[in-house]
Every structure is written in structure tokens, then in C-alpha cells.
Design a protein around this ligand. Structure first.
Ligand code: CP3
Length: 352
């Protein structure tokens, strides 16, 4: 195969809205605790150690892709790692998820967040991209990723996950100057990280704005959209971008607007709270769409999964530009057989 075989892969064709032999599928959190091999590895290695060991991190994703038969690999890493060289301490505690030290609470605290001046302190991420790319067949694309500025800001300010996001929103409303300084710094860090991943071998990138759905439409437009747009505009020309958020289907048109006038293939990631056909109409058929099976469906049975797959493919209506995915990450309780059944059902029911 030629070095650019991935350009003809179903995933990159779908990103460009060209007809493909079948609907491509990959899964957010396709590598993780639902897999016995991963749990075994985690008995001796912490999650952070794993992320900082490019050989192991690449191996985790390569093994996963082979086992599942999905149409893409995603960099094995975490979106919070970028914050460490910006002066934030990071821990993943069992059960509680990420815990960030010394959270930003006031405008004065914003100055404590360091500018990410170079990719050097995150060279392990870039090395993982290289090793994953080197281990993949040429026909499979590698997806790079970063946290979008709002989601990174939410973690920084809340200090971890949050129910009401009251701290991050209070700072956002109270002090626009400090907010823009913070978001600008996070946007520049995400841009540096994504471009370095692209240069090291990622064929497309996904921006995760997992918590942006807590915002209303007007606030998203005012406080978030300009910063996401600045990231997308500064990415290497022509590289496809998937822009993903969860929780608020009313934001979908704005997720599309973040591409400006698309000079690159644009994909909007959609969760399960809206029908795929309604979502695509809202986003516009000039963009590709990714989604949107409810991850909880994977806790049921192959028969039930197949039924949902059929329904989503029916809503996509064979229009070029659909990347099958979940509406959010695979849950740790998911049986591996059900994930295999999902991949098989999507491939079988969509072959053209
Ligand atoms: O398989 C993949 O998708 C690739 C790797 C990947 C991870 N995190 C690995 C991971 C990706 C793309 C992410 C992105 C990420 N990280 C997001 C965006 C996606 C989303 O779920 O909204 C977010 C919000 C994070 C932050 C994060 N990392 C949280 C909240 C948690 C704890 C909750 C949980 O599910 O464990 C993590 C830990 C994490 N990231 C694990 C993995 C495999 C589990 C770590 C472990 O205990 O082994």
C-alpha cells in the first residue's frame, strides 16, 4: 500500500463527505477499563504512567484497534495532561476521576497558569503519536485530540468534575478580561498540541468540548465560540477536524459555526439527545456528522444493539459523511462482546 492509503479509508472519505464502501466506525474511549487486557495492565501501572510511556500507550491502542476491527485509532492519552506543563498538578484517583491541584478561582489566579511555550514537556504525547502511527496499517487513520478551551477551563476552575459548573461560569460572567486571557492561553496550548500531533502523524483531530453543553446558546456564542474558532483556524491547512460537545443539542449550529468558512473537512460530533437526522439538518449537509448511539445501549444485547444501529443508519440515509460513533465514551461496565457486535452490525448493515 502507498504511504497515503489512509486518504482512501472509509473514515477520511466520510470526513470529506465522499461516498465510501461502508460507514466507518470508531468509539470514544475505545481503549479502557471495559477491556480485561487494559484492567490487567492497570494492576501494575497507573493511568498517568501509562500515558507517559509511549511504547505502552501505543500498544494499548494498537491492540484495541486490532481486537475491535474499528476504522480508526485515537491517540491514547488524556485531555488534562496539557495542563501539567502549564503549572497545574494532576492526579487520577480511583473512583473520583481527575483531581487538579491549586484550582483557579479568581481573576488574579489566572496569571498563575503558564503559557505553554513549546511542546517539549509533552514530547511523550508526540512520541505516542509516532509509535501508534508506525504500528498501524496504512489503511487506518490515526486521530489526534485535545480538550477544547472551555472544557479545560472548567476542569481548571472547578478542580475536577462538577455538577453545576458554578465556579467556572461565575468567573466567566464576572470578569471578561480574565476569562479571555485564560481561554486564549488554553486555545494556544490546544493549537500547539494538535499541530504537533498532526506533524507527528495524526491524519485528523478531534476537539473534545465535553462540558460545553452546560452553557446556553448566547453564552456559548459570546464566551466560547471565538476561542474554538481561533484553534480551528490555526490548525494545519486541509486537516479534517471533528468538533464534539455533549449535553445540549441547541449548541449544534454553533459547533458548526466554529469552522468559519470551512477550508478543511468539518465534522460535528453529536450525542444521543437529538435524532441524527434532525442533528444533521441543523448542522447543515455541507458538514459531516459523527455519532450518535447512546453508550448505555452497549450494556444491553447484540439484538438490541443491532436494532439501534439500523435506526441510526436509516436516519443517515446513506448520505456520504456519516462517521458512526457513540454519543459519548464507552462505559466501563460494557461487555466487550457487545462492542464487537456493534462494529460488526455497523459494517454489515452499511456495506454498499
Ligand atoms: O480510547 C480513547 O478514547 C483514547 C484515550 C482518551 C482518554 N481520555 C483515556 C482515558 C481520550 C480521547 C480521553 C479524553 C478525555 N479525558 C475526555 C473527553 C472525553 C469525554 O469522556 O468527555 C475527558 C473529559 C477526559 C478527562 C478524564 N480522564 C476523566 C473525567 C477521567 C475519569 C473518568 C473515567 O472515565 O475514568 C479520565 C480517565 C481516563 N481517560 C481513562 C482513560 C482510559 C481511565 C483511566 C483509568 O482509570 O485507567
Amino acid at each position: 500500500m502507498s504511504a497515503a492509503a489512509w486518504l482512501d479509508s472509509p473514515l477520511l472519505k466520510a470526513a470529506r463527505r465522499q461516498p465510501a464502501a461502508r460507514t466507518p466506525i470508531w468509539l470514544m474511549r475505545q481503549a479502557g477499563r471495559y477491556m480485561p487486557e487494559y484492567r490487567e495492565l492497570r494492576r501494575t501501572t497507573t493511568f498517568l504512567e501509562l500515558c507517559k510511556n509511549p511504547d505502552l500507550a501505543a500498544e494499548v491502542m494498537l491492540g484495541t484497534v486490532e481486537r475491535l476491527g474499528v476504522d480508526a485509532a485515537i491517540l491514547f492519552s488524556d485531555l488534562l495532561l496539557v495542563l501539567e506543563p502549564m503549572g497545574v498538578s494532576l492526579e487520577f484517583s480511583a473512583g473520583e476521576g481527575p483531581v487538579l491541584g491549586n484550582p483557579i478561582r479568581s481573576a488574579a489566579d489566572v496569571d498563575r497558569l503558564l503559557e505553554l511555550e513549546s511542546i517539549e514537556p509533552l514530547s511523550f504525547v508526540i512520541e505516542t503519536v509516532r509509535k501508534t502511527r508506525a504500528g498501524l496499517p496504512d489503511s487506518l487513520p490515526l486521530i489526534g485530540f485535545a480538550g477544547a478551551p472551555f472544557t479545560l477551563a472548567a476542569y481548571l476552575i472547578e478542580g475536577g468534575s462538577s455538577r453545576d459548573y458554578r465556579r467556572v461560569k461565575t468567573l466567566m460572567y464576572n470578569d471578561t478580561g480574565a476569562w479571555d486571557a485564560l481561554m486564549g492561553r488554553l486555545a494556544r496550548a490546544a493549537t500547539l498540541l494538535l499541530n504537533a500531533q498532526i506533524d507527528a502523524g495524526a491524519q485528523l483531530v478531534q476537539l473534545f468540548d465535553s462540558w460545553a453543553g452546560c452553557l446556553g446558546v448566547d453564552d456559548y456564542r459570546c464566551y466560547v465560540l471565538p476561542h474554538v474558532r481561533s484553534v480551528i483556524e490555526a490548525l494545519r491547512p486541509g486537516v479534517p477536524v471533528i468538533h464534539f460537545a455533549t449535553g445540549n443539542p441547541a449548541l449544534l449550529p454553533l459547533l458548526g459555526e466554529a469552522f468559519g468558512t470551512p477550508r478543511r473537512p468539518a465534522v460535528v460530533g453529536v450525542d444521543w439527545r437529538i435524532r441524527l437526522d434532525d442533528a444533521w439538518r441543523t448542522i447543515g449537509y455541507d458538514k459531516a456528522i459523527q455519532g450518535n448511539l447512546d453508550p448505555v445501549v452497549l450494556l444491553t444485547s447484540p439484538v438490541e444493539i443491532r436494532h439501534h444501529v439500523k435506526e441510526i443508519l436509516h436516519q443517515a440515509a446513506g448520505r456520504p459523511g456519516h462517521i458512526f460513533n457513540l454519543g459519548h465514551g464507552v462505559l466501563p461496565q460494557t461487555p466487550v462482546e457487545n462492542v464487537l457486535a456493534l462494529v460488526e452490525a455497523v459494517h454489515e448493515l452499511s456495506s454498499r
